[in-house]
Each structure stands twice: as C-alpha cells, then as structure tokens.
Design a protein around this ligand. Structure first.
Ligand code: ATP
Length: 397
C-alpha cells in the first residue's frame, strides 16, 4: 500500500503544488489521480519514487517512509512509465526493455530473454526487438515503455499519462490490454491522467485533485459519478455523469422482455405472423440475432434473406453494462435494444425508455426519491471479474 500522510510540496518559487494530501493506494489496485492541468498529479507521483521530496508530510510504502530508503534502491522496486514512453533513442527495443535487469546485474542473456517475454505479454511482435524507438508507432512505443517498467517485476508502477500521446483508437486498445495485464499481474498502480473517462475506465479508485494541489475526493468510479463530493467534482466528472454511470451498472439486473422472432429463410408470411409492430427480429438456427425485418417493406418477397434485413444497431451483451443496452436500444430501428448471452444467442429486448428512466430517476437498487421510476434491482458491476453464462427468459435457471 502507498500512503500519503499530510503531504505538501512547495517548490522554491513558492508554488504550492500539493497541499496537505492524505490518500491511500491499496495493494494490487489501480488508483488514478485525475484533475485539471497543474493540480499536482505529477508532483504527487514523483514523491513516491523520490524524484521530488515533500516539503512536509510523509509518503509511505507498506508502512515505511520512502525517505528512509535509498532513492536508487527504491526506484528499482518501482516501475515508471511516462508520456511518449521516454525511451532511449539509441538503444534497440529489446535493450530498452532490459534496462533495469542490466542495472540489476542480470546476465545479458537473462535480461534479453526477460525482455522478449515481456514483448509478448504487452502485445509486441518479437520482430520489432531489433528496431530503434523512432522506427515504432506511438502505440508500439508506449507498449515498450510499459514492458520496460515491468521488466524487473516491480510490485509498484507509477504511470504518468502513459496513453495520452496516441490517437483515441490506439489508446482504447492500450487501455484494454493494460487492464488485462493488470488482472494477471496485480500490481499496485498509481496512474495519472487528465481524462475522466480514462480514470473511470481504469481506476479501482479515482482520486480527483483540484487546482492548488488539494484532494477533492477519492472513491470508486461509480461512487464518484453517482455522488460527487461537491460542485467542483460534479463539474469535472461532467454533466452527463448519469449516462456514464450506466457503464457501472450491470445489464443482468434489468427485466428483459421476450422478443418474438422468425428464422432466416422462413416465409415472409411466417415472419409477418410473428411481427408485433411491423418489425420482427430475425435469428439464425442457433437463435443468434441477424437483423430486423420490416414486414411492410418486404411483404412481396418469398422468403426472408439477409439482404432484406435492417442490420443497423448494436447488439448488447447481457453480461455487459446498461450503457451497452442503451446504445443498442438507441441504435435499433425499433427502439428496442437486443440482448444476447455470451454465445451470441438472443436473451430478449429492452426499450430505450427503460434504461433512460434510470439516468435521472431510480438509484441503483430501488426507486427514485420521488418514486417516479421504479427501477430494477441493480448492484455494482465488477468489470474485470470473469462472468458466468447468464440465464435467459427462454432458458430460465
Ligand atoms: N519544478 C517546479 N518548480 C516550480 N513549480 C513547479 C515545478 N514543477 C511543477 N510546478 C508547478 O506545480 C504545480 C503542479 O504541477 P504538476 O506538474 O504536479 O501538475 P499536474 O497536475 O501533473 O499538471 P499537468 O496535467 O499539466 O501535467 C503547477 O502549478 C506547476 O507549474
């Protein structure tokens, strides 16, 4: 565990970068420091590995003041990843990754073997090992940065805007891989970002800093979105936080409506008989949704073929979040979001209105204060735990 005990940093010019911060980062968790530019996130991070010394207060790792540990020794137990990866330009990828093992006196062979293992772990093609950083894409460079920080298997990782310099698509895949990696490695991670979406996606806990280096709130992402401590936090997490909070509510708690279906290849007459409001959901012989059929538009074709289907709209996973369900419902031509189980088979549908009612109304687990929306029973989603197959209306438990 990393603990900040009333930590203040005043730079020589008088700037108070961090002001009396008390905070804990639990072992094996990702704690994200987020806040507007200049609020003291980087300074806080650097006080953990003694690149910056506090003016007052203490930073403790597992109960021990970092000031009592030799700085070089301390840093060997702490991986450090920064924006633009901070790679050595004149060293190859494999030698960059092996930096700390070399410093620790590992043999060249053992260090390189470790580096090659890590390349695989972070999703880098081994053929890139002999390249120089300038010969890699931004996303590849960031992966090398992460691999380098992991090389000596440090229990702690400090990550300062590690994914900020890449485009949003690459960024998203780096975040996903990072979460997968952390599920295996269980490091204690302090992660700095200015992006609240990244913070709520990655953090087990999120620490929101305000200008002047003061801590505004530390809590789980869900708590932060649903119960911001004050106006500053509310403003920072954004007005659409109700919508964002859906990402942390499981779809599994939602009452799903059975949806009439017809099977691909059946006659249009059969499909029409099944349709409720001019539309019928077409499934394959495994009951996997294929698209919606507008029976009025295709009344004179013989049998239902893929080219007759409206394939617009996403399909939501029943083991995913309510945000996925809302996306599916809002993008469906019928306004009903299609839910599938882990094998892609139909569970049922949910109208957008049912999900939208949860945003302003019902808090998780019950009705709203004014009783206007009787929400379904919801419990916190556990985003990174393995999920079992879900029961379906057609296939009750
Ligand atoms: N070496 C320094 N000397 C004087 N002031 C500094 C120094 N380093 C940082 N600061 C100031 O301390 C404050 C906090 O800076 P810090 O880099 O910790 O913030 P940050 O939240 O990480 O910002 P950003 O997101 O812009 O990187 C800022 O006002 C900054 O200008």
């Amino acid at each position: 565990m990393i603990e900040f005990d009333s930590v203040t940093k005043r730079y020589p010019d008088g700037t108070v970068a961090v002001d009396a911060v008390d905070m804990r980062a639990e072992t094996g968790e990702i704690t994200v420091l987020v806040g507007p530019s200049g609020c003291g996130k980087t300074t806080s991070l650097r006080m953990v590995n003694r690149m910056v010394e506090p003016t007052s207060g203490r930073v403790l790792i597992d109960g021990r003041d970092v000031a009592d540990t030799d700085a070089a020794q301390l840093r060997r137990g702490i991986g450090y990843v920064i924006q633009h990866a901070g790679l050595f330009p004149h060293r190859t990828v494999v030698d960059n990754i092996a930096t700390v093992p070399y410093l620790l006196g590992w043999s060249r062979r053992a260090a390189r073997r470790r580096a090659m293992e890590l390349m695989e772990r972070v999703g880098l093609d081994p053929d890139l090992a002999r390249r120089y950083p300038a010969q890699l894409s931004g996303g590849q460079q960031q992966r090398v940065g992460v691999a380098r920080a992991l090389a000596a298997d440090p229990p702690i990782m400090l990550m300062d805007e590690p994914f900020s310099a890449v485009d949003p698509v690459v960024r998203e895949s780096l975040q996903d891989e990072f979460l997968r990696l952390q599920a295996e490695l269980d490091k204690t991670i302090l992660f700095v970002t200015h992006d609240i979406d990244e913070a709520v996606k990655l953090g087990d806990k999120v620490a929101v800093f305000r200008t002047g280096g003061r801590l505004a709130q530390v809590s789980t992402p869900r708590e932060l979105l649903e119960h911001p401590a004050d106006e500053f936090v509310a403003g920072f997490v954004g007005k659409d936080r109700g919508y964002r909070a859906l990402s942390f509510m499981p779809a599994e708690g939602l009452a799903v409506d059975p949806e009439p279906t017809a099977t691909l290849g059946c006659s249009v007459a059969e499909a029409r008989a099944a349709a409720s409001d001019g539309w019928v959901l077409i499934v394959d012989d495994q009951r996997r949704p294929q698209g919606w059929l507008d029976v009025r538009q295709w009344s004179d074709v013989g049998s239902v073929a893929p080219e007759h289907l409206n394939r617009g709209g996403t399909v939501a996973s029943f083991t995913g979040s309510l945000r996925g369900v809302l996306d599916a419902a809002l993008s469906s031509p019928t306004g009903r979001g299609v839910l599938v189980d882990d094998s892609g088979r139909l569970v049922g549908t949910v109208p957008a209105a049912k999900v939208l009612a949860l945003i302003d109304g019902a808090p998780p687990g019950g009705a709203s204060a004014n009783g206007a929306h009787a929400g379904p029973q919801l419990s916190p989603i556990t985003p990174r735990s393995p999920r079992s197959g879900a029961p379906t209306p057609e296939d009750p438990p």
